[in-house]
Ligand binder design. Structure first.
Ligand code: IPE
Ligand code: IPE
Ligand code: MG
Length: 225
């Protein structure tokens, strides 16, 4: 049986869900937050140690301003409402991605939340915000070359946002779309990938448990036989 440490999720399908059920993409994003809560709870129950959630990509800036603003307000409210639960349940929050362009107030809030939860060890939630795998890799190469170090696996991994995090065992993408959209391209070299038809707001604990169960039974070869 495979040991499970790290689950990464591309939470896709909020917009389509919102249009279908509420005639509003933004309300789909709001509904998606309920799934985030459920999957965090279920990850704790399943003894997952790292849960990485793709919340905003470096390409998502192409979206209409009204949607971008709505997403950032949701993020802000989510932190306000959930930080105490994170503390109570010993969940560590880590942001991966480039938060430099964010408003100062939000940046401070995110940093403070990381600080407040940094000693927690039940589950680590990595929230991917303004995250792009290509940007992450380019920066890693730049740092290596600036420090005149060798380009090798160890030095590259040391310079990724995920430096202290084991590679994902599982990558899930909801929303019936079979692509990676610039997410963790280096880190998922040997992850088991599950493309899920359901839209993110419809995804539930049962769907999650089915995937974890399948993973536990999968034979992982890493090139061997
Ligand atoms: C994913 O849902 C969430 C974010 C990118 C923030 P989408 O907003 O991409 O939903 P669809 O794919 O348009 O349905
Ligand atoms: C990927 O979803 C990004 C997040 C889930 C945050 P997108 O909806 O942005 O991906 P594409 O544009 O359809 O590939
Ligand atoms: Mg999408």
């Amino acid at each position: 049986m495979n040991h499970l440490k790290h689950v990464a999720i591309i939470m896709d399908g909020n917009g389509r869900w919102g249009i279908k059920h509420k005639k509003s993409r933004n309300l789909g994003h709001k509904a998606g937050l309920n799934t985030v809560e459920k999957i965090i709870r279920s990850s704790v129950k399943n003894k997952v140690k790292y849960l990485t959630l793709y919340a905003f990509s470096t390409e998502n800036w192409k979206r209409p301003t009204n949607e971008i603003n709505f997403l950032f307000n949701l993020l802000n409210d989510f932190i306000d409402q959930k930080i105490n639960d994170f503390i109570k349940n010993k969940i560590k929050l880590k942001i991966i991605g480039n938060i430099n362009p964010f408003k100062n107030k939000l940046k401070k809030k995110l940093k403070k939340s990381e600080q407040l939860t940094k000693k927690n060890n039940k589950l680590q939630v990595n929230l991917a915000l303004n995250y792009g795998s290509k940007f992450e890799l380019i920066n890693a190469f730049k740092k290596i070359s600036k420090n005149k170090k060798n380009i090798n696996v160890k030095n590259i991994e040391k310079n990724l946002y995920t430096s202290s995090i084991p590679d994902p065992d599982i990558l899930i993408r909801t929303g019936n779309t079979n692509r990676l959209s610039n997410f963790l391209l280096w880190q998922i070299a040997y992850s088991e990938i599950f493309f899920e038809k359901k839209l993110w707001p419809d995804f539930n604990e049962n769907d999650y448990n089915i995937i974890l169960k399948k993973f536990r039974k999968t034979k992982r070869n890493y090139g061997n036989i």
